[in-house]
Design a protein around this ligand. Sequence first.
Ligand code: GLU
Length: 421
Amino acid sequence: MAHDILTAVRGLVEEAADILQLTPTEVARLVNPERIIEVSIRLRMDDGSEQVVQGYRSQHSSLLGPYKGGIRFHPDVTREEVMALSLLMSLKCAIAGIPFGGGKGGVRINPKSLSRAELERLSRAYIRAIAPSIGERVDIPAPDVNTNGLIMAWMREEYEGIVGHASPSIVTGKPVERGGSLGREEATGRGGLIIMQELFHKLEKKRTPQSITVAVQGFGNVGYHFARLAEAAGYTLVAVSDSKGGVSVPKGLSVASTMQCKREKGSVSGCYCKGSVCDVRLGKPVDNTALLELPVDVLVPAALENVITKQNAGRIKAKYIIELANGAITDDAYPILEKNGIVVVPGILSNAGGVVVSYFEWAQGLQGYYWSLDEVNMRLKETLHIAFGQLWDVHTTHTISIAKAAYVAAISRIIAGMRVG
Ligand code: GLU
């Protein structure tokens, strides 16, 4: 049976808890969310029929600030999954040093089967259902898998209709035209690149970006922006994929034209693009499993959770993994990767750019004062630079892997908060 994500995340936390010699009560406070809201949502379909779908919001920790985290629409959403993801959010906010605890929500539905009007009704119905339990200073949702800025704009509007006044910071990840922050859309990808550069500043000082090859699994909002920004920073992108398949171009591909090809064809599978020219006959198709095992310097899982497991970890040839999808690597894969000398930066730091700029968006909305793109990007870089520095200190003082150090650094922050008073 596949390792479920809650067991996997709790496993990682317990391991770090051992290193920190936490008490059983502290561990219990860490692994259990403070509150889980479970709702049945009535969704009226375009044909007049009605469906009842399950929705959740897990509020993990309010110790360091309001709950913060995305909402996903996916047929595999479960109570356990949102519990695990809300715990990861607490760790992410803690390591990034931003004043939030973790939250995560989800609706168990396949949004791809819905019309736009159905999707809007679902988004509004979900926020109505959880409205009594959220607030600008209570719990602030954001986009996650299959949710986006437009959905956040609907949710903001619905919420404001309930409370009867403007509440721009009730959700983040909104379109800029509806109170969002400049730079939020690409922030997770940008943050991933910043972390990769921080890592190479320590470990690959002598190599040029051009000599470093990168494969990205997932060409959605996160994977695409990461690939685009990494290419712009000089790295050689040799493979990308989406849910339908991928393409591998050992000499390096062009991200912008690969995206163009995906728009035209519906998938990057076989899109061989050099410069602005694509020839789908030349691309070597590579499926999502094979992409993970390519001989590259950096592997970036940016699609779904549980893709690097005990089963395939031994076949990974990359030297570095920058985990952009939450929970892409299961806990039982880590010892294998570590034994093989693969350096992993876990998602709690490498994909923290999204929530960091969400924090900026939240602060801007509360102040009613909006920042320039340069200001946002400069502060993002600074925030992640500090977070990486702290992780590095833990890595060197405890002589533990970077992956473990990330969990230890995050948990230390939360525990310090618990031990006050
Ligand atoms: N869903 C994103 C994450 O997992 C963003 C959360 C947020 O911005 O609150 O980090």
